[in-house]
Design a binder for this molecule. Structure first.
Ligand SMILES: Cc1cc2nc3c(=O)[nH]c(=O)nc-3n(C[C@H](O)[C@H](O)[C@H](O)COP(=O)(O)O)c2cc1C
Length: 325
């Protein structure tokens, strides 16, 4: 008999196999909706179209699936992690906040998935502590959404693998701590300056330097901040906000400093310039991300946010509302 440690080791080894994440739903004999998160899903046959998944004998949904003529498998999209977590809760009323559509046999169908397969229960097999359900697919639909993945016991996102590394890239990758082309600071810095370089024309056109741009942008997110508050928010860039700079932006009609409160407001002209700069920044971003699909873009931003969180010295959040700061 396997020990607990054997079972854990076996589970960990199985976790090396990256899978998608599904929710399998059905309707029990009393007409109640039930379902659970499952990654044991697999394709079986193309003709006739068949799929399988396995259900733990301990599942509270066992009786419902054992007795059901139909079930539906939903392949989850990358943004459906909360739904996956909800359906992984044992015995919970998982449909409480949902208004599902109805599929074959009245089974509940969830929206927003990457793909859905409505199945007739074709076979049920004994599989140790699981029951294997094989379904004949009688209807399916598919949306071009990035899938949610599961690997090593954690959710993951899919990214297409880049072309084979060149010899020098491979050497850099092998020595991750080395100060080479793969040095994170170099990669982030170079990406930043190249991206920013694309916006340079717009800044020059408005006679603004980088510090002016940061100030106008911070006030564009929310104005009525003091110069000190703006200074704290842009300090990480190395830019400073000086009284001369405030006076110069005011003289050019972009901001209106309130002498009594010390707060800075964007003028109509300032807001128009800020919007034009934001549009130029968005265009530069789109150009930079041109080679990526939506999923890779989400992955890149997700990883960059991680780096930002791990290196944050405690900067104030420019997007926090006035009451939160
Ligand atoms: C990513 C993921 C994959 C899972 N895969 C399966 C699976 O294939 N089969 C299974 O029986 N349980 C699987 N589970 C666990 C069930 O979702 C969980 O035990 C759930 O509470 C069962 O609900 P029930 O007891 O109400 O039926 C998985 C959970 C997660 C988070």
């Amino acid at each position: 008999m396997a020990t607990n440690a054997d079972t854990i080791a076996f589970r960990n080894a199985l976790g090396s196999f990256a899978t998608g994440v599904t929710i399998v739903t059905t309707r029990d004999a009393a007409g109640r909706d039930c379902g659970l998160t499952a990654n044991s899903f697999n394709s079986v046959s193309l003709d006739p179209p068949m799929v399988l998944w396995s259900l733990a004998r301990s599942s509270m949904s066992m009786e419902a699936f054992r007795g059901a003529d139909h079930f539906a498998v939903h392949i989850l999209a990358a943004d459906q992690e909360p739904l996956s977590n909800g359906f992984a809760k044992r015995g919970a009323d998982k449909f409480a906040a949902l208004t599902p559509e109805r599929g074959a046999g009245g089974v509940p169908l969830l929206p927003g998935c990457a793909a859905r397969f409505q199945c007739r229960t074709a076979y049920q097999y004994e599989g140790g502590d699981h029951i294997i359900f094989v379904g004949e697919v009688i209807a399916f639909d598919h949306d071009d959404r990035a899938p949610l993945l599961f690997h090593g016991g954690r959710y993951a996102l899919a990214a297409r693998k880049a072309a084979a590394l060149t010899a020098s890239e491979a050497a850099d990758a092998e020595a991750p701590g080395s100060f080479g082309e793969d040095f994170l600071g170099y990669l982030l810095g170079r990406a930043h300056f190249q991206l920013y370089g694309r916006m340079q024309d717009s800044l020059v056109q408005h006679g603004l330097d980088a510090a002016d741009h940061f100030i106008v942008t911070i006030l564009g997110i929310r104005d009525g901040r003091t110069a000190e508050e703006v200074g704290e928010m842009i300090g990480f860039t190395g830019a400073r906000i000086t009284p001369q700079q405030v006076a110069s932006l005011a003289a050019r009609g972009l901001i209106r400093p309130d002498a009594a409160s010390g707060r800075l407001w964007l003028t109509d002209t300032g807001r128009r310039v800020m919007i034009e700069l934001a549009a130029a920044a968005k265009a530069a971003e789109e150009e930079a991300l041109g080679a990526f699909d939506d999923n890779e873009t989400a992955l890149l931003k997700h990883l960059l946010k991680h780096v930002i969180r791990h290196t944050d010295p405690g900067l104030p959040d420019p997007w926090a509302s006035a009451g939160e700061i």
